[in-house]
Design a binder for this molecule. Structure first.
Ligand SMILES: NC(=O)c1ccc[n+]([C@@H]2O[C@H](COP(=O)([O-])OP(=O)(O)OC[C@H]3O[C@@H](n4cnc5c(N)ncnc54)[C@H](OP(=O)(O)O)[C@@H]3O)[C@@H](O)[C@H]2O)c1
Length: 248
């Protein structure tokens, strides 16, 4: 999967929603999807970052993206429903969602984790993903072909590790959400649902989590994109409920 070579027009005529598209892995995924023909819906909380991602995509002559500014820490359910209505009006359907935005939160023992930071992290890492999928699933089901939902996990969401606190627990919840959804949709829907653990990748989050590391020792987000392309495009039809890795 991580060695997959995507055809140049893999995602032509598809509309793909990417959360956390302003920076890091989400930004690289949005650009990779656009470079393979998709119209991408760039969701994030910082308008300037989304605009610079938009500018880079347009400068490469890829399909013009749509920007949606949304702060997952305090967005109401109504905002997700408005997003669904806006996308329904513009596109009629969508063909994929990459649920990617996340917070790292406090790196300390659970006993010392504040309720405030726990709640904020669960809101962004779990509840926002749930609300995004809950509101947009109907548009995926209207895809004339197949549709793909990718949830973003982590190594610490597959095996717990000391001091990774709410972040690790939120990734276990993400894996659970992926499995529940995949099982609900198996054989009754054109929508497949899988998770990706990107692995150590040179982003702001990684640099914050491992300040002693030399950032350039880790692959760039762009180098992690083969699995993201494979799972989003039709070559992965039939792959459902899998916990995948973006590395070898
Ligand atoms: N990098 C790694 O080594 C690694 C390893 C395992 C898993 N992951 C996972 O991969 C995904 C991407 O991580 P990354 O390394 O690219 O992280 P990142 O560089 O910190 O980017 C996170 C993205 O999420 C957005 N975001 C954060 N809080 C938000 C909020 N309240 N509302 C809307 N958007 C919000 C950020 O927006 P702003 O830029 O506007 O703040 C940013 O675009 C995450 O799910 C992470 O858990 C990463």
């Amino acid at each position: 999967m991580h060695e997959y070579q995507a055809p140049s027009q893999l995602l032509a005529n598809r509309t793909i929603v990417v959360s956390g598209a302003g920076a890091g892995i989400g930004r690289a995924a949005a650009k990779a999807y656009a470079a393979h023909g998709a119209t991408v819906v760039l969701i994030g909380r910082t308008q300037s970052k989304l605009e610079s991602c938009y500018d880079e995509i347009v400068a490469e002559d890829h399909p013009e993206p749509v920007i949606v500014v949304m702060d997952f820490a305090n967005a109401s359910e109504g905002e997700y429903m408005n997003l669904r209505d806006r996308l329904a009006e513009t596109f009629g359907h969508i063909d994929g969602i990459l649920v990617n935005a996340s917070l790292l939160g406090e790196r300390k023992p659970l006993e010392q984790t504040s309720l405030k930071s726990w709640n904020e992290l669960m809101q962004v890492n779990v509840t926002a993903g749930f609300l995004l999928v809950k509101s947009l699933l109907v548009l995926c089901q209207r895809s004339p072909n197949d549709a793909s939902i990718i949830l973003t996990s982590s190594s610490v969401g597959r095996k717990g590790r000391a001091y990774w606190g709410a972040y690790a627990i939120s990734k276990f919840a993400t894996e659970g959400m992926m499995q529940v959804l995949a099982d609900e949709l198996e054989n009754v829907s054109n929508v497949r649902v899988n998770s990706i653990n990107p692995g150590a990748t040179n982003t702001e989050m990684r640099r914050t989590a491992y300040p002693a590391e030399r950032p350039s020792d880790n692959p760039s987000p762009a180098e992690r994109m083969n699995t993201y392309l494979y799972l989003m495009g039709p070559d992965s039809i039939g792959v459902n409920g899998q916990a995948c890795n973006a590395f070898g």
